[in-house]
Design a protein around this ligand. Structure first.
Ligand code: CP3
Length: 351
């Protein structure tokens, strides 16, 4: 593994990526900034729309910092959204109150040709300004994670025009017109490289690629639409920024996880809740960093059920390159005090 120590001696989060297994493990949580926090709801109301918040560097930096102030996580994740990329490319994206994202769907190559990589500069620059503010304002010991959605997952929203349970629009397009769909994936791959690279230039210490719908594809489609574009992003980012660890999150694809790691060459993987601890251990034993996989609903439940599972995960991963996290994002119903309880419990591990 590459030596990252020289660059960031003080960031606990980076230790597992440079061959140092640490006790207690570093901890951060997906969606650690969000509606479960009253201070987020306040800033969000002041900002206007959700996308306005994503493009307002001071406010986006503020909501990124909120969970760090409360809990002292080892990493902050840039506050933004995976749908910033289609929005910046010129697709109409909006977030209807309480309904999730809505997009004017891209259904044909003609729709696709209305999007343009050269449109992205202004909006990507706003997000990178947030990263730059954060790298000044975060405590020295806190790492800053930049991110994007993987091309496949972003394409599912672009084709469907909203979230869906089966990603049917994108899967059907890929079967019906492989060439056209591959053009969409190619555009997203190039946009993701520009976007992630800009985040690193602005100060991100690590990157995560969210492939929330990776689990809906058959094996050969998985290779084509998940592994190949992610491999291209990883290779290009690594060529430009060899010191920055990249974590992949192919949610729902535990059975193809080893293939994903071998094919993409990511430095670490985030594992969802259904991924067995034995699979996480086997991967970590090969030297790749493993992150995950506490059920976000246990953070709603709290109490001894939460403690018991957090302990079991920490015990299973002790001595291995591991970052504590959830199997998916924090849900809005989560009582903030349960997050405090979890972080306190993990920090006691091995002390
Ligand atoms: O704290 C963090 O993790 C950083 C910020 C972040 C958000 N979205 C903020 C957000 C990150 C990393 C994401 C990633 C994201 N966005 C994914 C991949 C991870 C996953 O959850 O599977 C996906 C699929 C999206 C797309 C998206 N954004 C959906 C489907 C929704 C609606 C669902 C919901 O929770 O409302 C969003 C909105 C969104 N993104 C919110 C936040 C805090 C809530 C919007 C609000 O405040 O009204």
């Amino acid at each position: 593994m590459r030596d990252l120590n020289a660059k960031s001696p003080t960031k606990h989060f980076l230790a597992p990526f440079s061959d140092n297994t640490v006790q207690p493990p570093p901890v951060w949580l997906m969606r650690q900034a969000g509606r479960y926090l009253p201070e987020y709801r306040k800033t969000r109301a002041d900002a206007g729309s959700f996308l306005d918040l994503c493009y307002a560097p001071k406010l986006a930096a503020e909501v990124t910092l909120q969970p760090i102030r409360r809990y002292g996580f080892d990493a902050a994740i840039l506050f933004s959204d995976i749908l910033v990329v289609p929005d910046a490319l010129g697709q109409n994206v909006r977030f209807a109150e309480g309904e999730g994202p809505r997009l004017d769907p891209v259904k044909t190559v003609a729709d696709l040709h209305r999007l343009d990589l050269s449109n992205t500069h202004y909006k990507f620059a706003k997000v990178c300004e947030t990263v730059a503010l954060l790298s000044k304002e975060l405590p020295r010991e806190t790492a800053l994670i930049g991110f994007c959605g993987a091309p496949w997952t972003v394409a599912t929203y672009m084709a469907e025009g909203r979230g869906s349970s089966d990603q049917a629009a994108a899967r059907s397009w890929a079967y019906r017109d492989r060439q056209g769909f591959s053009e969409l994936i190619g555009l997203l791959t190039e946009a993701s490289i520009v976007y992630l690279s800009g985040q690193v230039d602005a100060g991100a210490n690590a990157l995560q690629i969210f492939d929330s719908w990776a689990g809906s594809l058959a094996e050969d489609e998985f290779e084509r639409w998940v592994i190949a574009p992610t491999a291209r992003i990883v290779a290009e980012i690594r060529r430009r920024h060899p010191q920055v660890p990249i974590i992949g999150f192919p949610r729902g694809a535990a059975a193809l996880l080893q293939k994903y790691i071998d094919g993409t060459n990511v430095d670490g993987v985030s594992c969802d809740t259904s991924c067995p601890l034995s699979v996480m251990q086997a991967i970590a034993k090969t030297g790749k960093v493993v992150q995950g996989n506490l059920d976000p609903l246990l953070l709603v439940t709290g109490g001894e059920a939460l403690d018991a599972r957090a302990d079991a995960i920490c015990q299973a991963m002790a001595g291995l390159p591991f970052v504590f996290n959830l199997g998916h994002g924090i849900v809005p119903e989560t009582p903030p005090e349960n997050v405090a309880r979890l972080v306190h419990r993990i920090r006691k591990t091995g002390n």
